[in-house]
Ligand binder design. Structure first.
Ligand code: SF4
Length: 356
């Protein structure tokens, strides 16, 4: 069957497809903490956390975040360190910076209440078409779609389409198509596709078509091409950066410093590091210029993957018997690291050698 055939078939059947999806959702919706009370603020925070992070990982973060910052005003007024600490481990820290900037705008411009219209939401920092659609439909019942990678996967399989879902034009086109079939229960419909994509029409490997409420209408299933779809053209490979990480301990405290306020991991705290792999003998030579009272141990290798680059790291543990003067660095205990300083996950492996 050609994609055009599906469009004809779906035009004819779309009401049935929508009904099937909604009744499947009524019986199978995931229980998520932000769904029991879908306040606009809760939907917003959860959707931002869910970008690039799995639902299971987000649950705990979400509960803690809304307990400590229960409304948009408290988010707007939060101290940066507090905010980063609440986000520590979720990664992509620009998300939370944008969240706060948008919260400030909402306080200044809308009296602390999120606007309900898609067109207003999408103007806020960090809110793209997907998040605006999710908030407008789930929290305000507006009949707008929320199209992300999951939705595109389900819809392109349903259509048996070989479109490249990484193309912006393909996403835009899907938003236009879905806009024409949005039912009254728009929030439930959008969440139904999200849940179907997460639980049945799953991304890697064989989707669970036998459990799918749409299997009778699905071209990919009919043609047995489910695992070939959707198409994602290969992205450019990531840049590799080598680093040497130093865990420097003196009297139960380690040296950390704040990163610059722009660029990767902006404003977070980091361990001393060198932008290349340095052999132990060369580290020893550097140390000898400052002190003869130390022990040094190799900590092995670790890798951290960001969106556009990878850090390939080696590390050393250096135990000092006297404090070293190091510009910009402060010395902090395990407890202070746990409570106060947001250190990115990229350093976790090496931090663990001190904390454990
Ligand atoms: S039938 Fe299979 S491939 Fe088609 S939408 Fe359902 S789970 Fe996805």
């Amino acid at each position: 069957m050609h994609e055009l055939d599906w469009k004809v078939k779906s035009m004819y059947n779309y009401e049935i497809i929508v009904e099937e999806l909604l009744s499947w959702y009524d019986n199978n919706a995931r229980e998520l903490p932000w769904r029991s009370n879908p306040l606009p603020y809760y939907v917003w925070v959860s959707e931002i956390m869910l970008q690039q992070t799995r639902v299971e990982a987000v649950r705990g973060y979400f509960e803690r975040f809304i307990t400590e910052l229960p409304d948009i005003k408290s988010l707007a007024n939060a101290r940066e360190e507090h905010l980063l600490k609440l986000w520590q481990g979720l990664g992509y820290y620009n998300r939370v910076r944008n969240l706060q900037e948008a919260a400030k705008t909402v306080v200044d411009k809308y009296g602390g209440q999120l606007p309900s219209e898609y067109e207003e939401l999408v103007k806020l920092k960090g809110i793209g078409s997907y998040t605006a659609g999710a908030i407008a439909s789930i929290a305000f019942g507006k009949q707008v779609p929320a199209v992300d990678g999951n939705v595109l996967r389900v819809m392109k399989r349903l259509a048996g389409s070989y479109d490249d879902i990484l193309k912006a034009s393909v996403k835009k086109d899907m938003e236009k198509q879905l806009l024409t079939i949005m039912p009254q229960r728009a929030g439930a419909f959008n969440q139904a596709i999200m849940d179907l994509g997460a639980m049945v029409c799953i991304p890697n490997g064989q989707p669970l078509c036998a459990k799918c409420p749409l299997s009778d209408y699905c071209v990919a299933h009919e043609k047995r091409i489910e695992t070939q779809l959707p198409i994602k053209m290969k992205k450019k490979s990531r840049k590799i950066e080598k680093k040497t990480i130093l865990v420097m301990e003196y009297a139960g405290k380690i040296a950390i410093r704040k990163r610059k306020n722009n660029g990767l991991l902006a404003g977070l705290w980091e361990l001393p590091n060198i932008s290349e792999w340095v052999e132990k003998k060369n580290i020893v030579e550097l140390l000898k210029k400052e002190t003869n009272d130390y022990q040094i141990k190799e900590l092995g290798e670790n890798k951290h993957i960001f969106t556009h680059k990878e850090w390939h790291m080696i590390g050393y543990y250096i135990k000092l018997s006297g404090i070293l003067k190091m510009d910009d660095y402060i010395w902090v205990s395990k407890e202070e690291i746990a409570d106060k300083y947001a250190i990115p996950t990229a350093f976790s492996y090496f931090i663990g050698k001190f904390v454990l």
